[in-house]
Design a binder for this molecule. Structure first.
Ligand code: NDP
Length: 281
């Protein structure tokens, strides 16, 4: 289990990834640099963006500013982006990767993910990711929003096993079957919308536990992620919340408290169901 904000877990290809990071979904590009800079300055080392978020340039600018202000090096950071649904052919995926690198102003990514399985169009895209990975242009490759059936299908032909499956995960959607499947194959589960996009911040069951420790609901949920061995990337544009969200390494939930939260599962989503989702934007 990670012990602090910068602690890493080891992915199935041996690469170290911070177990806790900052997401920037829905952050406008022109606000992103400041937020990413703040995040790195308060101790975050992992930043999660995507081509479709339209803020890779802002992320890149924030990284540049933070490296200058902190004296950190590029290799101290762990940067993730994702290829969108509209470009899942082999050539489109390679071009999308180059485009993301250019916008970010980086010469490699630590992690590059297929954003959605789409209508089973990911096989070619995965081949492109494998080749980019084997050529040393990406440190690690993975997927998002893959159900068990998508993973089973991909693994039939994959030459590289995904390191990560980044999926919606929070106390109301615990992905029990998918988590067990990923664990068996050493595919790390990473939680998006860990705070249910704000939906659990007033929840009374979590609040009761939070009060006991003098913590917020957000902190209890994120601590539950950490104790579950799930990588998590809460998003906040506010520096004080970034700090608060990461201030979870000075308390532990008891087995009983973990169980109370486990029992909140309704397999309820705030985002789309990958089994049905094939939109283009
Ligand atoms: P989160 O569950 O992280 O919730 C973010 C919301 O919670 C924001 O409204 C934020 O507001 C608020 N918030 C954050 N911290 C606190 C706090 N301590 N107290 C009160 N409110 C708080 O949702 P996301 O959807 O952003 O998920 C996290 C990340 O996962 C994304 O940013 C993105 O990187 C990734 N993601 C990936 C997807 C995929 O398909 N692969 C899909 C969706 C997200 P404020 O910013 O104002 O503080």
């Amino acid at each position: 289990m990670i012990k602090n904000l910068q602690d890493t877990i080891q992915l199935n290809n041996g690469i170290a990834m911070p177990g806790f990071g900052l997401g920037v979904f829905q952050v406008p590009n022109d606000a992103t640099a400041e937020i990413v800079k703040n995040g790195i300055e308060v101790g975050y080392r992992s930043i999660d963006t995507a081509a479709i978020y339209g803020n890779e340039a802002g992320v890149g600018e924030g990284i540049k500013q933070a490296l200058a202000s902190t004296g950190l090096k590029r290799e101290d950071l762990f940067i993730t982006s994702k290829v969108w649904n509209d470009g899942l052919s082999y050539d489109e995926t390679v071009a999308a990767y180059e485009d993301s690198l250019q916008k970010l102003g980086l010469d490699y990514l630590d992690l590059y993910l297929i954003h959605w399985p789409g209508n089973n169009k990911y096989a070619e895209s995965w081949k492109a990711l494998e080749d980019l990975y084997k050529a040393g242009k990406i440190k690690a490759i993975g997927v998002c929003n893959f159900n068990v059936s998508h993973l089973q299908d991909l693994l039939k032909t994959a030459r590289v096993v995904p390191v990560i499956n980044q999926v919606e995960f929070h106390p109301r959607l615990q992905q029990v079957e998918l988590r067990a499947f990923c664990k068996e194959r050493n595919i790390q589960l990473e939680a998006w919308a860990p705070l249910m996009q704000g939906g659990l911040l007033e929840d009374p069951t979590i609040a009761e536990i939070a009060t006991k420790y003098g913590k917020s609901n957000a902190q209890v949920i994120l601590r539950w992620d950490v104790q579950n061995g799930v990588v998590t990337i809460p998003k906040s544009v506010r520096k004080e919340r970034m700090i608060q969200n990461a201030d979870i390494f000075d308390f532990s939930l008891t087995d009983e408290e973990m169980q109370v939260i486990n029992e909140m599962n309704l397999e309820k989503r705030v985002g789309p169901n990958p089994a049905e989702f094939d939109f283009k934007m």
